[in-house]
Structures are given as structure tokens and as C-alpha cells.
Design a protein. Structure first.
Length: 404
């Protein structure tokens, strides 16, 4: 964030100093709130301004674990009756994250200067997302900041646990495929050329599988740069396509339709949707605002579109369950439980129950997926690597047969 050097007058006389603000207008407004009449103000080109710019470019994001600890400690101190500035100062001093220490220190300065906590947090969107800021704003307005921070810490911890489960499901197959790729490249580049020279010196006719493997080896050793460039190009192309609106919608829709992974991703989406909306509603955020924030944190464009369509229907006077049912993204059980929650006036509690249920469902799905992938990966390795070995030994087997 830019830093401005200013000169001005107060009731005690002339004053000068520095202030951090999003722009020049905001800086002047902040100084006016402090009863300082600005006579000169300009943005600093170096020093703190450069450091702030660098932090904005290279820092800002904080690990979920660190954010959960920060929020829980903040909640405890607020509940104990400590002033906000003192809470933030303590948190800034003891945080292990360099980024979080820097941001918290800036937030403490903004609050001390007269800004609300929510407004101070809003100036650091990379660290404190929209959900976090909106919940804090509701907590400040309702006088339940400690309770809201406690709910936020629970939400962050459970969201992080959900993310870890999905990563654990993906690590195993990616690791196996990566190892298989390295082994195949090693065999094609170093092992098979040795066999090829031996077979050439023998002058014997080679079986078709052996010829195919030797030609693959020749291609890999001669055009390795083309293989690497092609792989990088494909990955970069897919990533660029995913950044487009149509590309992201298509890929997200295909992901949900995958035989095994699609079910897991759908359960993760339901857990995230219900957990986020339940936390927002239970903290007093209006349902329409809650749906808007939930849509932006959905993580899947198909789910995001369904939530936004639901929001539009709710704006038109319909219940929450009706458009969710029409979207076909959410399972019937989820829709029925949300409908019951609306009718009984316990929507937040019902949403949190659904989230807990689907957290367990994700656990079960990850375990089942791992159990299914293990034999599949073993078969994959056996077919690919075993096929290469057998193809190279076929001429030797034929030679042994002829000698007999």
C-alpha cells in the first residue's frame, strides 16, 4: 500500500509525518479524521512505499493453519476484554508468518488511527478474503466479535482439513504416474539403446514389439527437446484455456462428470458450500449477501453458477431449496435438509450438519479412491514397464529357442 509524506496544521501547531493509505484522497480523509488540516502531501517514491509495493506483489497470502491460529488467538483476547489495538499488536509480535506480522501491524495502525477493524482488514484482500471481512464487520456491528472470530477459526480449520483430504487423494496417483514416467524415460534413453546395438550387431530379424520400442527409443533420444516442449506447451495451453470463461466452465463441468474423481469433487463442493453459507448465516450475514460470498468461494464454475441462480431466485421471492433442486448440482438429501431448515428456522444449524456429514463422506470417498487406485496403479506399472522389458527380451528368447 502506498505511503504518503504530509505536512499540516493542528490546534497545537504545525505537524508532519507519514501515513499509509490506498490513494491520496483516502490519505487526506484519514488525516482530516485525526483533526489535521493538510497543507502538503505527496506519495513517497522509495523506502516504505517500495517495501509496501513489494509486499503487495510477492506476499500477502497466509497458510490456512497460521490464519486459523491467528483467528483463534484473536477471539480469545477479544473475549478476555483486551482493546483491539492491543490484541493486534500482540498478534503481530508473536505470529510466525512474516507476511501476517507485517499485515497485522498495518491493521493495528489503521485501527489506532480510527478505522473500524473490518475496513482495516479490507485493505489487505490477499490476506483477509471477502468472507473474513464480512463476518468481522457483522461481529463488530452486533457486538459479538469474539463469537464471530471463534466461528471463523473453526471454519478455516475445517476448510483446511477438507483441502488436505483432497490433496491426499491426488498425491498417490500423481506420484505413481510421475515415477512411471521417469522410469520409462530412463529405459528409453539409456537401457534400450544398449539392447538395440546388440540386436543390430546380431543381424537377426526383430519381433514387431521390439521394433516399436526401439523406434520409440530412437525418437526419445533424438527429439527429447520436442517431447519436453510439447508437454510444457500442452500444460500451458490447458492453463491458459482454463483462465477463459468458457474454458473454465467446460473443464469444471467435465471434472464433475468424471467416474470416480467427479463424485469426490461434488462432495467437496457440497461440503464447502454448506460450511461457508452456514457460517455466514449463523453469524448474522443476510442470506442474499451470504449466497453471493459463497458463490465466489465455490471453487467450481458450475457450482458458482448454480449458487448465483439460486440467489436470483431467492431475490424473486422463492425459497432456497427450490432453485437448488432445479440446479441438479446438489443431491436430493441436501435439498431436503435445507428445506427442513428453512421451515423450522434453523437453516444455519442444518447447513452445518450437512457440512459435517459431507466432511465424513469425503473421508470415505478418499479411502475408497485410494483402495481402488492401488491395484490400478500396480497394473499400470506392470503393463507399461513390463511390456518394455518383455519387448526387449523377445529376440533373446527367440535366439535361445533357435540354439536348442
Amino acid at each position: 500500500m502506498p505511503v504518503f509524506a504530509y505536512q499540516g496544521r493542528t490546534t497545537q501547531g504545525s505537524t508532519a509525518g507519514e501515513i499509509e493509505a490506498p490513494d491520496r484522497t483516502a490519505a487526506v480523509a484519514e488525516l482530516r479524521r485525526k483533526a489535521i488540516l493538510v497543507t502538503q502531501i505527496k506519495e513517497k517514491a522509495g523506502g516504505l512505499a517500495r517495501a509496501a509495493g513489494a509486499a503487495g506483489r510477492f506476499g500477502g497470502r497466509v497458510k490456512d493453519k497460521e490464519m486459523a491460529i491467528f483467528t483463534r488467538q484473536f477471539s480469545t483476547m477479544v473475549d478476555a476484554g483486551l482493546p483491539l489495538v492491543q490484541c493486534l499488536t500482540i498478534l503481530a509480535e508473536q505470529s510466525e508468518s512474516k507476511t501476517l506480522r507485517s499485515v497485522t501491524s498495518k491493521v493495528a495502525g489503521s485501527v489506532e488511527a480510527g478505522s473500524t477493524l473490518a475496513d482495516a482488514l479490507r485493505r489487505h484482500p490477499k490476506t483477509f478474503d471477502e468472507l473474513y471481512v464480512n463476518l468481522v464487520e457483522v461481529g463488530e456491528a452486533g457486538g459479538i466479535l469474539d463469537t464471530v472470530l471463534q466461528r471463523l477459526s473453526v471454519y478455516i480449520e475445517k476448510a483446511a482439513a477438507l483441502k488436505r483430504k483432497v490433496k491426499s487423494a491426488m498425491i498417490y496417483p500423481l506420484t505413481i504416474v510421475g515415477v512411471a514416467f521417469i522410469v520409462i524415460i530412463f529405459m528409453l534413453t539409456f537401457v534400450i539403446p544398449t539392447f538395440a546395438k546388440m540386436f543390430t550387431s546380431m543381424g537377426a530379424d526383430l519381433p514387431l514389439p521390439t521394433l516399436i520400442v526401439i523406434r520409440l527409443s530412437n525418437f526419445a533420444t533424438r527429439f527429447w527437446w520436442l517431447i519436453i516442449g510439447g508437454a510444457v506447451g500442452i500444460v500451458a495451453g490447458i492453463r491458459a484455456y482454463y483462465r477463459t470463461e468458457g474454458g473454465r466452465s467446460l473443464i469444471d463441468a467435465l471434472v464433475l462428470k468424471l467416474p470416480v474423481f467427479g463424485t469426490l469433487i461434488r462432495k467437496v463442493a457440497v461440503a464447502r458450500f454448506t460450511r461457508t453459507l452456514g457460517t455466514l448465516v449463523s453469524s448474522g450475514v443476510p442470506i442474499l449477501e451470504g449466497l453471493r460470498i459463497t458463490a465466489r468461494t465455490a471453487g467450481n464454475r458450475v457450482v458458482e453458477r448454480a449458487v448465483l441462480e439460486t440467489r436470483a431466485s431467492v431475490t424473486a421471492g422463492k425459497t432456497l431449496a427450490e432453485p437448488l433442486k432445479a440446479s441438479t448440482v446438489f443431491p436430493p438429501m441436501v435439498v431436503q435438509m435445507i428445506s427442513v431448515g428453512e421451515q423450522t428456522g434453523a437453516l444455519d444449524a442444518m447447513l452445518n450438519k450437512i457440512a459435517d456429514f459431507y466432511d465424513d463422506e469425503v473421508d470415505t470417498a478418499v479411502t475408497a479412491l485410494t483402495a481402488l487406485l492401488e491395484p490400478m496403479m500396480i497394473v499400470f506399472l506392470g503393463v507399461v514397464i513390463g511390456g518394455l522389458v518383455i519387448a526387449m527380451y523377445l529376440p533373446i528368447f527367440r535366439l535361445v529357442t533357435l540354439i536348442k
